[in-house]
Design a protein around this ligand. Structure first.
Ligand SMILES: *Cc1c(COP(=O)(O)O)cnc(C)c1O
Length: 429
């Protein structure tokens, strides 16, 4: 018997038998460790908001919420997901460059803690919607700072970007609070970029953002009640990439937070984290269907692929480097061979790993892409070749829970309409 990958004592082949493959498995214990490992060390004034974008599964969100995470959402469904997961609207912020009127209205009607406003035209729209309702909308301004982040995988600020209001433009505006009486300007949000793997870069960003928040709020003539310093904390995926050390990070970050909290004792300080909280917990489990060789290279053709795991998403690069991968049903066998691990899509890009070092692989084996709990199917073209969404399972306290059903053919077909050229159509029907 070869040793098998287990999740909290459950052999992966049991999970595959029960729920089928391809399958995403999230280990609740790892989710807890990730959150708690940071929470226990982080300055108590700094609140952790979970960015649902990284993994919008309602049960993942609920587990993180049960540990104390709040929520950062960017769409109507993410908002509803957070509320369904039990997050108090006063612990929800809504962010995104192109919010619809319906989304803004939902923020006001649900009473979210803050709308993070990304442009002056949006500010006017929020003002109008709030005054229609006889409310003042709680708003934080997202600032695109004049400084850039170093060593971020994908920069979101400090460059021409659709996100936020340029720092320079903001300082050129006067009397915003008076011009938009339906808006309650509460503070500032800045998000520099994602996949940051250096503690010092996080500390430097945070220092500069807190300083910027002070200056912006002074210019606006408001006391900062909320400052969201973004986050973008990464995890190592590729060979040679170090993980952030939460002990080192917080040891350097906490004094910076402390100095600001000292000056502004009433201010809510927010850090937004997606990938850092969920990536490590997830394994994408696929079954090998066929093995073959082509021009001297080995191929394991599996039932899963890049339609569930488009690794380049959120990484800011299409350079294919391999995610960590394991032969889940041959854990004690030495990796003596090189395998291309591919999926069922009719494109050469459907490659989960190139020349991954694995033991000899056979049809029926289960392979796993590790550290796949963030930006998985939700950030992948799940409808390509009409395969649809995989199943998702959360293992918590030793029990496996199906937390998303696999898309069935009828689920996918029901969204389509077979038109009949003989039937006259009335406009809008
Ligand atoms: C994507 C995003 C996040 C989450 O990023 P991670 O790198 O997954 O932590 C947080 N805030 C904003 C504004 C984002 O765009």
């Amino acid at each position: 018997m070869t040793r098998e990958f287990q999740v909290q004592g459950i052999p992966v082949s049991d999970l595959a038998d029960e729920f089928g493959t391809p399958l995403f498995v999230y280990d609740g214990e790892v989710l807890r460790d990730r959150f708690q490992g940071l929470r226990d060390r982080l300055h108590p004034a700094m609140e952790i908001f979970y960015s649902l974008k990284a993994n919008p599964n309602v049960s993942v969100c609920a587990l993180l919420h049960s540990l104390g995470a709040r929520a950062e959402v960017s769409s109507l469904v993410e908002l509803r997901t957070a509320l369904l997961a039990g997050v108090d609207p006063q612990d929800v912020i809504f962010l995104g460059p192109g919010k619809s009127r319906r989304e803004l209205a939902a923020c006001l009607d649900e009473g979210v803690y803050a709308i993070v406003c990304e442009s002056l035209p949006e500010l006017a729209e929020i003002d109008r919607l709030a005054r229609e309702r006889g409310l003042r909308a709680p708003v934080a301004l997202r600032v695109n700072p004049s400084f850039a982040v170093k060593r971020s995988g994908l920069a979101m600020g400090g460059k021409p970007r659709q996100f936020g209001i340029d720092e320079e433009q903001l300082f050129a505006e006067h009397g915003l609070a008076e011009r938009f009486p339906g808006v309650d300007l509460m503070g500032v949000q800045v998000y520099m970029g994602t996949r940051i793997l250096s503690e010092d870069v996080v500390v430097e960003n945070t220092t500069r953002i807190l300083d910027l928040a002070d200056r912006v709020c002074a210019h606006l003539g408001v006391e900062p009640r909320m400052v969201d310093v973004g986050g973008g904390l990464g995890v190592g995926y590729f060979a040679g990439e170090p993980d952030l050390d939460p002990a080192v990070l917080t040891e350097r970050l906490n004094p910076v937070v402390d100095a600001f909290a000292d000056r502004h004792p009433g201010t809510r300080l927010i850090m937004e984290l997606g990938r850092y909280l969920t990536a490590e917990s997830g394994t994408y489990v696929v079954a090998v269907r066929y093995v073959k060789t082509s021009m001297g290279e080995r191929f394991a053709v599996t039932d899963g692929g890049t339609h569930h795991h488009m690794a380049a998403v959120g990484i800011g690069s299409f350079v294919k480097r391999n995610f960590p991968m394991a032969a889940l049903t041959r854990m004690d066998e030495p990796a003596t061979e090189e395998w291309n691990v591919t999926g069922p899509l009719c494109t050469p890009n459907d490659t989960l790993a190139k020349k991954a070092e694995l033991p000899p692989v056979r049809p029926g084996d289960l392979l796993g892409v590790l550290r796949s709990g963030a930006y998985g199917p939700t950030a992948s073209p799940v409808l390509f070749l009409s395969h649809g969404y995989p199943a998702e399972v959360l293992v918590d306290e030793g029990r496996a829970h199906l937390v998303r059903e696999r898309d069935r053919p009828e689920d996918l077909l029901t969204r389509q309409r077979l038109y009949d050229p003989a039937v006259p159509v009335t406009a809008g029907a």
